[in-house]
Design a protein around this ligand. Structure first.
Ligand code: NBG
Length: 825
């Protein structure tokens, strides 16, 4: 920031804080609580942000820019205050101002509740993308839902996960602005009537429907030092026409109450499922609600400045974040057909040039399929349109593959009473992308093979990325400063510069400084653990961290079974060579996912036994971090020595936690899955610990059989011992059956699942060997430091800035808008 600007900003900022504390709380600064100070500081910062926000949108209008709408059911934003300060490049000025007022920035940052409007990687990716879009100066809206309750807060009670509602809006969210002037009506139910208009055209009218008023709230997304502020627009539902005289007069009391209820429930809660689809009607309502509001608004906005709806694709792109917003294609068709009176062919052409789809998973339980009866009842006109899209597409298939029924079976949108949303998304989009190279290849060769054959030009890969501004500059200030001292600060805007750190991998002093910073970050995490878990951990032990959603395919179970194995070895042979290790887990399980919840209990039960066992001399500690979320994630990444990325090969589409660890100088132990493949390619095989089945091997077993976990159980006595401890009460003396469900899942098939469907026993020994190598490597301090530094240095590719540039180049075709080239407030 320029010195004179800074001074002015500082004085205004201070004045505003004093003013707001008075206005909101009738207090002086020294009387205000930290929470009150947080609000006052946030609002004062918003003053600056709003000004830039308005300038940005003026510029967008004047330049008549093309805009991407990133449609997503989830945006896992995390705290905004610290991030906004950083991106305004106002850190120094803010710190000075607060100090002069006697306010501690860290303390008030802690007062902000994380807006947790997302589950895991998919929602966090959306948040990183918004940061990059603003920083790079590309016009964009994020469109989502203003859930009243975001991701639940996780409490651990007696080792069990307990879900507590997260009413994040309780005290109000200081950064949002309600925009009722842009409200839209969204219609559900009723029936469709066809009428012939004066021009003799068939028109379709929805009647006897219920509707809600979708009201947008805008949240600013501040670019880093460029005065660009984009918008995250989240929609809330309000009742329409409630209890007005009209309704009573017409005896429509029932309908008025129903509409009230609909409005109240629709944005109530985020479904806490990651990579899993629950098929609930309310979820479909949520999807159509935010999609319809967003698309109606986007089209109206476009038409305010243009007169030819057929040129919409020149100015607008809708990016579908997974299948969740796929109704977009039908909603856009509806608007084009029913409101702008385009012919089917014209409307289809516009839609197909405007919509693009990202696939984030091959997990079959995550692929959305809606029962036709439910769908058509809720969205009768939208269903008609999908039915017609399907009819025409099936004709295309038949033309191309005459007599080949299997193609219809695999590709039709409507099949066996269901609507397959991924099929709809692919058929209607000009672009279909996976999120890491391996994942995209699997889509092309396996999961979406038939579509790839039919539309090869649509398929492309966009390997995920993360924003270095949050996950290094904000999350690891010590390392960020050190890097800037060594190579300058260009890495903040262009992460490829970080490669310059390779010059220091042979320099002992630099390596020592690098590891000293890791040590400080380990101390910071140890304090957090002491405070939250009451456990003392050895700072010199290896911090081995697995944080991510709990899912069987991510194999937290493999990790904890291995801990159980190590413990058995140590007990039998207390003198064995063993380098101390702290195994840290953090994970939420979906509320209804019983086996995942059992795994959390198992981790905690194992921890309770091992942590208390003095006979192993504190060589192993097991820590479960309660309520893993964006804010404590930043501490964890910064402190990690080892990054656990051990999913069953082929199942993790990309992963992004793997990149956050790498950026912070942790070394990966992992399978050749998702983006791990590219991480190893960048870091070099010697700077990672790779083990286990390849994705081809996994897929081959899945398709052709040939794996029986019982063979391993009966032949490997160490594994048998570990598994038997799941059913002999070793970790649950009062309830020996507590973990029987886990034991059974590893050894027996049932109606829907094979035994050990995620190949845990199959990969166990390979994992154990890789872990041994980790312990050996860690003891060569110099070599470890070099590897860790190389991980940071080779992380350039994994910036979300790079990912966004690729989306822009290949899919969105946006133009950069420059406002303040000086970069700073
Ligand atoms: C998740 C994948 C991750 C990936 C993120 C972001 C879903 C459906 N998919 O591997 O499991 O990193 O998406 O692309 O949540």
């Amino acid at each position: 920031m320029i010195e004179s600007n800074k001074k002015q900003f500082k004085e205004e900022f201070k004045g505003n804080i004093i003013e707001y504390v008075k206005l909101f709380y009738r207090k002086n600064i020294d009387e205000a609580t930290n929470q009150q100070l947080f609000y006052a500081v946030a609002f004062s910062l918003k003053n600056t942000i709003v000004e830039q926000w308005m300038v940005t949108h003026k510029a967008y209008e004047e330049k008549d820019v093309k805009m991407v709408y990133y449609l997503s059911m989830e945006f896992l934003m995390g705290r905004a205050l610290g991030n906004n300060i950083i991106n305004l490049k106002a850190e120094k000025a803010v710190r000075e101002a607060l100090e002069e007022l006697g306010i501690n920035l860290e303390a008030i940052e802690e007062e902000e509740t994380d807006p947790a409007l997302g589950n895991g990687g998919l929602g966090r990716l959306a948040a990183c993308f918004l940061d990059s879009l603003s920083t790079l100066g590309y016009p964009a809206y994020g469109c989502g839902i203003r859930y009243k309750y975001g991701m639940f807060k996780q409490k651990i009670e007696d080792g069990y996960q307990v879900e507590v509602p997260d009413y994040w809006l309780k005290e109000g969210y200081p950064f949002e602005i309600k925009r009722p002037e842009y409200a839209e009506e969204v219609k559900f139910g009723g029936y469709v009537r066809m009428i012939r208009d004066e021009q003799g055209r068939d028109r379709f009218i929805q009647e006897n429907y219920q509707s809600v008023r979708a009201v947008p709230y805008d949240i600013p997304i501040v670019g880093y030092g460029n005065s660009i502020v984009n918008t995250l627009r989240i929609w809330d539902a309000e009742a329409i026409n409630t209890f007005n005289l009209d309704s009573f007069d017409k005896g429509d009391y029932q309908k008025a109450v129903e509409q009230e209820n609909l409005a109240r429930t629709i944005c109530e809660v985020l479904y806490p499922n990651d990579n899993h689809y629950a098929g609930k009607e309310l979820r479909l309502k949520q999807q159509y609600f935010f999609v319809s509001a967003s698309i109606q608004r986007a089209v109206s906005k476009y038409m305010e400045r243009h007169d030819d709806i057929k040129k919409l694709p020149e100015k607008v792109c809708f990016q579908l974040n997974d299948t969740h917003p796929t109704v977009t294609v039908a909603e856009l068709m509806r608007i084009l057909l029913d409101e702008y009176c385009l012919s089917w062919e014209e409307a289809w052409e516009v839609t197909g040039k405007t919509c693009a789809y990202t696939n984030h998973t091959i997990m079959s339980e995550a692929l959305e399929k809606w029962p036709i009866d439910l769908f058509s009842r809720l969205l009768p006109r939208i269903y008609q349109i999908i039915d017609e899209i399907n009819r025409r597409f099936v004709m295309d298939i038949k033309k191309r593959y005459p007599g080949d029924e299997s193609k219809i079976e695999k590709m039709a949108i409507l099949y066996q009473g269901q609507i397959r949303m991924a099929n709809l998304a692919i058929v209607a989009s000009f672009s279909v992308n996976g999120v890491a190279r391996l994942h995209t290849e699997i889509l092309k060769k396996q999961e979406l093979k038939d579509f790839y054959e039919m539309f090869p030009e649509r398929f492309n890969n966009k390997t995920n990325g993360i924003t270095q501004r949050r996950f290094l500059l904000h999350g690891n200030p010590l390392l960020a400063e050190w890097i800037t001292r060594k190579i300058g600060d260009q890495w903040i805007l262009n992460l490829s510069h970080i490669e310059k750190l390779t010059a220091f991998t042979e320099d002992e002093t630099s390596l020592k400084e690098f590891m000293d910073i890791k040590h400080c970050n380990k101390e910071r995490l140890a304090r957090y653990i002491k405070e939250h878990n009451g456990i003392d951990i050895d700072i010199n032990s290896i911090f081995d961290i697995q944080v991510k959603r709990l899912h069987e395919y991510k194999r937290q179970l493999l990790n904890i079974l291995h801990v159980m194995y190590l413990y058995n070895q140590l007990k039998k042979n207390p003198g064995m060579e063993f380098y101390p290790r702290t195994f840290i887990f953090g994970a939420k399980a979906s509320a209804g996912y019983e086996r995942a919840k059992s795994i959390i209990k198992l981790i905690n039960s194992v921890g309770a036994v091992i942590n208390e066992d003095a006979s192993i001399g504190n060589k192993i500690k097991v820590v479960f971090i309660e309520n893993y979320r964006v804010s404590n994630a930043e501490l964890l990444f910064a402190a990690a020595d080892v990054s656990e990325q051990i999913s069953t090969a082929s199942k993790e589409a990309s992963g992004t936690g793997n990149m956050k660890f790498m950026l912070n100088g942790a070394i990966t132990i992992g399978t050749m899955d998702g983006a791990n493949v590219e991480i190893v390619e960048e870091a070099g095989g010697e700077n990672a610990f790779i083990f286990g089945l390849s994705s081809d091997e996994v897929i081959n077993y899945e398709n052709n059989g040939g794996y029986n976990p019982q063979d391993i159980y009966y032949s490997d006595l160490d594994i048998k011992e570990v598994l038997d401890q799941l059913i002999n009460g070793f970790y649950a003396p009062e309830k020996p059956n507590l973990f029987k469900n886990i034991y059974d899942s590893l050894l027996y098939s049932n109606g829907y699942e094979k035994a050990d469907p995620y190949f845990i026993l199959k990969d166990f020994r390979a994992y154990e060997v890789a872990q041994k190598k980790v312990s050996e490597a860690y003891q060569d301090k110099q070599r470890w430091a070099k590897s860790a530094l190389l991980n940071t240095a080779k992380c350039g590719k994994f910036s979300s800035d790079r990912t966004i540039e690729e989306y822009v180049r290949d899919i969105w075709h946006l133009k950069k808008v420059g406002i303040n080239e000086q970069r700073g407030v």
